[in-house]
Each structure stands twice: as C-alpha cells, then as structure tokens.
Design a binder for this molecule. Structure first.
Ligand SMILES: [Zn+2]
Ligand SMILES: [Zn+2]
Length: 240
C-alpha cells in the first residue's frame, strides 16, 4: 500500500495529471478535472430516445429517427455525455495520445450518472465491447474494459472481460454510412472464454453513434443464449 502511494506520488511529480477537458495540468492538484472545467460538459438533458437515449428535438417524440426506422438488437442503451467537440477531442487524446488518466474521470462520471440506469436494468454482469487484440497492444489498454471495471467496482457488479472477443479487424466506423457500418461490423464478435448465458447483461463502451457495433455485440450474446442486453456508454452522438 505504502509503496503504491509513493510510486503514485513520484508519477504525479514527473507526469502531473492532465485535465480531460482542457488538457492542461489539473488545477487544483489531486482532482481528476480542473475546478474551472468541471461544468464544461453536462449529461444529455431534455427529451431522449426511449431506445438509444439520443437527445430528441421535440418532447412529443418517443424515438429518434434512427430507432423509428430500424429495430435494434439490444434492449436499451444509455449514453451519459453528448459526443460533442470537447468529448471528441478528450477521447481522441485518451485513446491515441496516451492520456490514460482521463479514464479515471470518465469512470467517475459513468458511476455518477449511470446509477439510475443500472438500478433499472439490474444486470447480473457487465462486459466491455472489446477492441481487437492488435489495437489493444498498440494502445496499451482497452478503454471499454477500464470503464466497465470502474462501474463494476462502484456498484459491486462482476465484470466479464472476455464475455465477447473481437474476432474480426474492422475499419473505423467514422465516415461510413449506416449500411456500410453494419457490414463493417458483421461477424466482428464471438463468444469469449468468459461467456455465460446470463439473464441480463450490460455492455460498456466509450461512444454510441448509430448502434451498429452495439447491435452486433448484442446479436452475438443473444445467439449464444443471453437474455436482455443493455448498453451503457460514456458518450452518445446526435441523430444519424
Ligand atoms: Zn481543465
Ligand atoms: Zn434512438
């Protein structure tokens, strides 16, 4: 324990924690986000799609355009923050710029704002939507697994890291149309070595945009014998 504290202290002195929102050194020290930045991102408010939680333009709508056009395989999805300019650049720096410490802040936010969904869904376990092994090797971590563990620890829900495996290397979904996205992720997942046919499970990921990835992961779990599959993400995009 003591050794851990000392190494943490040395690490903080050499690599001071950066703010996930402004990317400067966090002020005041010891926080996960600057006091002045904390209010820059707010959870999605107002009317939201009942299926995927995307913000809606009008109160009287029940579903977003995307969910009224197609049937999703997952049962319900909830994203915490809007996938806006600030969160896009934050996640970009975390995933591709080595700012692994941002995950502590993301995890804290998912715990704070994800509570009501987890209480409602009451899952038996959490599972990250996995990235391909080669991607994880390159990055040194799997962000979805880190987020799932933060949430699991806070609520005492077990995390099955290998419920799913990413068995196919996919192109980035960004820039692809809806049909191309579906094709791109088709057959991307298989049941992993932790697989269990659970009654209720929550998949955890960093971003939800069209739901193609979430659908494919849910399809794999349901085919293998799982019941309800929910999706909890840090960010959720606007309509597609
Ligand atoms: Zn800041
Ligand atoms: Zn929707």
């Amino acid at each position: 324990m003591k050794k851990g504290i000392i190494s943490e202290w040395v690490l903080q002195a050499v690599y001071p924690r950066r703010c996930p929102l402004c990317h400067d050194i966090v002020m005041p020290k010891g926080k996960l986000v600057c006091a002045a930045c904390a209010g820059k991102v707010q959870p999605v408010g107002g009317p939201r799609c009942k299926k995927c939680s995307k913000p809606l333009d009008a109160e009287e709508l029940e579903y977003c355009g995307d969910c009224s056009r197609q049937r999703h395989v997952f049962d319900e999805a909830a994203g915490i923050f809007p996938y806006d300019k600030i969160m896009k650049s934050s996640l970009m720096k975390c995933k591709y710029g080595g700012r692994r410490e941002y995950l502590d802040y993301y995890g804290q936010m998912m715990v704070r704002y994800g509570r009501r969904y987890l209480q409602h869904w009451h899952p038996q376990a959490l599972a990250p939507i996995p990235i391909h092994k080669s991607q994880e090797r390159l990055r040194g971590f799997d962000q979805s697994a880190c987020l799932a563990h933060a949430v699991g620890r806070a609520f005492g829900i077990p995390v099955y890291d290998h419920m799913l495996e990413k068995c196919k290397k996919t192109r980035p979904q960004k820039g692809l149309g809806m049909d191309q996205r579906k094709l791109n992720v088709r057959g991307a997942f298989s049941a992993g070595r932790d697989f269990q046919p659970l009654r209720s499970i929550v998949l955890v990921d960093d971003v939800y945009t069209t739901g193609s990835t979430a659908d494919e992961a849910a399809r794999c779990l349901k085919r293998a014998g799982c019941g309800d599959v929910y999706v909890l993400t840090l960010c959720v995009g606007k309509g597609f």
